[in-house]
Design a binder for this molecule. Structure first.
Ligand code: ADP
Length: 495
């Protein structure tokens, strides 16, 4: 089979560094593409957390001056992941998260830090790094958005890799002042509508969408939504113009990391045929988040960034009615300070019935999926969403706003779906307090019918949330872009 090499340019990757779903996707997709003959190498910034985990890395290239300091390109392997790491201490050797300082503020030089990621991605795509020359450069989100633009402006007619820009969340666009243009090393003519210009400034994601050969996003429904005025968030008309190059490919999950029958991060393992041990996880979760320990009470959970997008305010406003059904609510998350405080206030107002952990805790994330009866996702928009996929796999019934990827991945357990034996959760629309309340009433009614509830859980646990199907779609896209032929159906993926 023809092998295609793809450079994935990305600002976070699990298990090295993670702030959200992007890291999960970047970290899990490569293994599923390997059997398809696609070799992914991921280019990531050398944050402290990354450098501390890559062990014996081999320097393969030096950039004498990468935006104000020297940088080395290190080749490393972590588990199944092939990595190229940009070791540039002046840009990445700091405390905090990839994007924020320890006080929670954006690093003031983020425009430069991620331009550097993109510039290195482009240099590799132009064949300037002798040791590695990919067929395709695949840029993820605004942090890698300048990659296709650099390839365009620095290419000067040279042969270059084909490019893909993937939108994981259109709400984050990377918009910076116009006077940065020369600092970024982009020519004056780039400051144009058909260049990197965006509402008078420089748009990183806009640049990627403008210059990439193809555009993908993480669910078919979100691909539709981002072409509308509201969902387009300023980029709708560009996306409509490029609709022929735009494709929605659903995210999958790494079933070896998220497997309730093998999961070492939960209190008791279980599977579709032995769901009972979930009770032990439920008690453990109740203890961890400060809820009254009682397996007979319906426990609804939420794990998320605490932001407007995720509809946390909608949930908080719906709490009186939700708790009125007798249910408990567990919230795990961090984000906007005001929202964190509001969650804390709810815990104070409803002791033992609303519990929370403010912070980022991967282990608790697993326990919540294994112990909560239902997962609440009142998102105002959701490009794909991963937590509902984990919930399906863990028998935690997802209760989701019918937007984006939530709409594509959860089947509402209405009467018709139940008759067909296919309902996997509850959907509501639009994402408002009233609709969440009525969804919560439906959940409470279903919960009172244990046999029915069990069937919905099992339907969910049977759902294919793996990368198998989507990995094929990415592989087809890479092949199409490179003109490669698929010679043999890979054994591992034959259905
Ligand atoms: P987004 O990328 O928009 O934040 P996703 O649903 O795509 O949302 O992915 C979120 C990922 O981050 C999931 O793996 C989820 O379990 C994890 N996550 C979110 N908040 C927390 C938290 N406070 N602690 C642990 N994991 C979290």
């Amino acid at each position: 089979m023809t092998s295609i090499s793809v450079l994935s340019v990305v600002s976070e990757i699990y298990p090295l560094i993670k702030t959200g779903g992007l890291a999960d996707v970047a970290g899990s997709l490569p293994a599923f593409l390997k059997p398809e003959g696609i070799a992914i190498t991921s280019l990531v910034p050398g944050y402290r957390a990354v450098l501390s985990k890559i062990g014996d890395a081999v320097p393969i290239h030096v950039f004498p001056d990468l935006f104000g300091g020297p940088a080395r390109l290190l080749r490393a392997q972590v588990g199944p992941l092939d990595l190229l790491v940009i070791d540039a201490p002046h840009l990445y050797d700091r405390p905090g998260t990839p994007y924020l300082d320890p006080e929670g503020e954006n690093w003031p030089d983020n425009a430069i830090r991620f331009a550097a990621l993109s510039a290195v991605g482009a240099a590799i795509g132009l064949g300037e790094v002798a040791a590695y020359c990919p067929d395709v450069v695949h840029a993820h989100d605004w942090q890698a958005g300048l990659t296709p633009a650099y390839l365009h402006y620095r290419g000067n007619g040279r042969t270059r890799a084909a490019t893909i820009m993937t939108i994981h969340n259109l709400a984050f666009q990377g918009q910076y002042p116009p006077d940065l243009l020369p600092v970024l090393g982009l020519p004056p003519e780039a400051m144009a509508v058909n260049g990197v210009e965006y509402y008078g400034g420089i748009g990183y994601l806009k640049a990627g969408l403008q210059f990439a050969d193809r555009i993908t996003t993480v669910s078919p429904k979100y691909a539709e939504e981002i072409c509308t005025l509201e969902g387009g968030m300023g980029l709708g008309s560009l996306l409509r113009d490029r609709i022929g190059d735009l494709q929605g490919i659903l995210n999958g999950i790494d079933e070896s990391v998220w497997d309730p029958s093998e999961d070492k991060l939960i209190a008791a393992k279980f599977d579709r045929l032995h769901i009972k041990p979930r009770r032990i996880n439920k008690l453990s979760l109740q203890r961890r988040v400060g809820l009254r320990e009682d397996t007979d009470v319906l426990l609804m959970g939420l794990i998320s960034r605490l932001t407007w997008q995720k509809g946390i305010d909608i949930l908080l406003d719906a709490l009186p009615l939700i708790l009125g059904t007798g249910a408990q609510v567990a919230i795990i998350g961090q984000g906007e300070r005001a929202m964190e405080r509001a969650v804390g206030d709810a815990v104070t107002a409803y002791p033992g019935r609303v519990g929370c952990v403010i912070g980022y805790d991967e282990e608790l994330g697993h326990l919540l999926q294994a112990g909560a009866d239902a997962l609440l996702l009142p998102s105002r928009f959701e490009p794909c969403g991963l937590t509902q996929l984990y919930a399906l796999r863990y028998g935690c019934v997802p209760v989701v706003a019918r937007v984006g990827g939530l709409s594509d991945t959860v089947i509402d357990a209405n009467e018709m779906a139940r008759a067909e034996g296919i309902g996997t959760g509850i959907q509501f629309h639009p994402p408002t307090v009233e609709m969440l309340e009525s969804a919560a009433l439906r959940v409470a009614a279903l919960w009172k019918k244990p046999a029915l509830w069990r069937r919905i859980q099992r339907n969910g646990m049977r759902t294919d949330v793996s990368w198998r199907r989507s990995a094929r779609l990415y592989a087809e896209l890479y092949r199409e872009l490179t003109g490669a032929q698929r010679a043999v159906e890979p054994e591992a993926l034959r259905a």
